[in-house]
Ligand binder design. Structure first.
Ligand code: FAD
Ligand code: NAI
Length: 483
């Protein structure tokens, strides 16, 4: 039963109501509250039948995937790499139920942490589906509905849409049974003998790596003739070499024509170089990108403008076409990354509070948590040249670094791309051990408009992996020391 309009006008009015409790939404809510705005957040996500804040990232994305990557990497280390260090381990096995329970523990801790942060920051939390209903004076009325309970209506002067994204379905292979998206692929109760993956993007590479390390035979089917289009060509080339060496089986330029669920699993028919093949898998992961999630929002009823691909249209201040309604995160497109979503949350909260929020879209780090890891920020060499820029590049391998050799993981390199005239760093691209952590330093230098000389003249502790970053910067001027 709905509360009447008269009663709604009498109800408390929030300064900000955020719809969606993922990285964009929960961060916007916390920041808005820190700035003295009376804030609420409504989120509909459930895990194991219970409300769970944190959105895709904490529940079925960034966090559980990294927990599984770490567990599987430890297993790979023990079974394949320990002997190199003189460590003999016999009969190592994986108890997958414990691996999954550990992953759940990590997720539980972090999602309940958001609930704690909401309490601490006095953000009012609603559970249910938030739907834009109508304007009431200069405020909006949003209904919050949950199955089996009466709708609640919430009034707010500013509404932030942060409803995120959903996995893109392949029309000829709807999700269900042995055809899974990210949630299903993070929860197989047994290691599949044969695992098919459609899409050699970030999810395909990360989750394909997890299950290969745990014992699956993994085949990745990719429509494009190559992969990692956004990474520097040198990094993509090295990544393919390393992944193939590990046993990931890639097919590029494929055209999938049929996917059938059988009693034995899933059969996939695809054409490659004009030849049709049918492959049998126990499980099939579909990871072909993500689509904006505006389904439950009431966008049509209130006339919220979406673009041709369904993303909420916003201006540079995250304003939609509806006065007082803003949108951030995956639902507005761009890089579908948690840290991009979070920065938009902070920037928008600050703008609503009358401050000058800002996101620097030129320096967003990307990290792929495979082994070796891949990370980059800024332009690739090719993209810089396409923009008509003259560039100089410096590259330095981990194989010439003492710490990497000590670790027993000297794969990969760091490549710095600088403007030939000004020496300003335009991009940094890495593949190698722990580059997820090394990219941060270069992002900070780029954020301040730093040069390769700035990076090369900065003292880096010895022996550390970070010396490879310094040496790559020195290599721009052709005076790396250890090469
Ligand atoms: P979401 O996290 O999707 O949150 C949106 C929330 O809104 C959800 O809780 C949803 O239930 C809720 N919602 C939707 N509609 C309504 C409604 N009408 N009413 C109420 N609530 C609603 N990014 C990284 O940066 N690093 C990584 O390592 C990484 N790994 C990933 C791994 C996987 C497997 C996947 C799938 C994604 C990964 N991502 C990663 C991407 C990252 O998860 C997203 O970019 C990020 O979650 C986007 O945040 P968001 O707040 O915009 O949306
Ligand atoms: P993606 O966009 O990274 O890759 C999709 C791949 O599928 C592309 O290579 C594309 O060419 C291919 N493809 C599309 N249609 C196809 C078809 N019909 N047949 C075969 N191949 C096809 O998308 P993915 O992997 O689903 O991930 C979604 C997003 O989630 C990422 O883009 C990223 O934003 C985010 N993410 C980020 C992570 C990180 O930061 N480490 C980890 C995982 C996801």
């Amino acid at each position: 039963m709905r509360v009447s309009a008269t009663l709604v006008s009498a109800m408390e009015t929030f300064d900000v109501l955020v719809i969606g409790g993922g990285p964009a939404g929960y961060v916007a809510a916390i920041r808005a509250s820190q700035l003295g705005l009376k804030t609420a957040c409504v989120d509909a996500f459930t895990r194991d039948g219970k409300p769970s804040l944190g959105g895709t990232c904490l529940n079925v994305g960034c966090i559980p995937s990294k927990a599984m990557l770490d567990s599987s990497e430890k297993f790979e280390m023990i079974t394949h790499e320990a002997t190199e260090h003189g460590i003999q381990v016999q009969g190592a096995t994986v108890d997958l139920s414990k691996t999954l329970a550990r992953k759940k523990g990590v997720v539980d801790k972090l999602t309940s942490g958001i609930a704690y942060l909401f309490k601490k920051n006095k953000v009012t939390s609603y559970y249910g589906l938030g739907q834009l209903l109508r304007q009431d004076g200069d405020a909006w009325i949003v209904s919050v509905s949950q199955e089996g309970a009466a709708d609640t209506e919430v009034k707010a002067k500013n509404v932030i849409v942060a409803t995120g994204s959903n996995p893109r379905e392949l029309p000829l292979a709807p999700f269900g049974g042995n055809v899974v998206e990210n949630s299903g692929a993070l929860a197989f109760e047994q290691v599949p003998g044969k695992l098919g993956v459609i899409g050699a993007g970030v999810i395909g590479l990360e989750l394909g790596s997890v299950w290969r390390r745990l014992g699956a035979q993994v085949t990745i089917l990719e429509a494009m003739p190559s992969f990692l289009a956004a990474a520097d060509d040198a990094v993509a080339k090295e990544a393919l070499k390393q992944f193939q060496k590990q046993g990931l089986n890639f097919h590029f330029g494929v055209n999938i024509s049929r996917v059938e669920q059988t009693s034995a699993g899933v059969s996939v028919t695809y054409a490659e170089n004009g030849q049709e093949t049918t492959a049998q898998f126990d499980k099939l992961i579909i990871s072909i990108g993500r689509v904006p999630n505006t389904g439950g929002l009431g966008a049509q009823n209130v006339g919220l403008a979406l673009d041709e691909r369904g993303f909420v249209k916003v201006d540079p201040h995250y304003r939609t076409n509806l006065s007082g309604v803003y949108a951030i995160g995956d639902v507005i497109g761009g890089a579908m990354l948690a840290h991009k979503a979070e920065e938009e949350g902070v920037a928008l909260a600050e703008m609503i509070a009358g401050q000058a929020g800002h996101v620097n879209y030129d320096v967003i780090p990307w990290v792929i948590y495979t082994s070796p890891e891949i990370a980059w920020a800024g332009l690739t060499e090719k993209a810089a040249k396409e923009r008509g820029l003259n560039v100089r590049t410096g590259q330095f391998p981990f194989s010439a670094n003492g710490r990497a050799l000590g670790h027993g993981d000297p794969r990969g390199f760091v490549k710095v791309i600088a403007d030939a005239q000004t020496d300003k760093i335009l991009g940094v691209h890495m593949i190698g051990p722990n580059v997820s952590e090394l990219i941060g330093e270069t992002v900070a230098v780029m954020e301040f408009g730093g040069s390769s000389e700035d990076l090369g003249r900065t003292i880096h502790a010895h022996p550390t992996l970070s010396e490879v970053v310094k040496e790559a910067a020195l290599a721009v001027e052709k005076h790396a020391i250890h090469m």
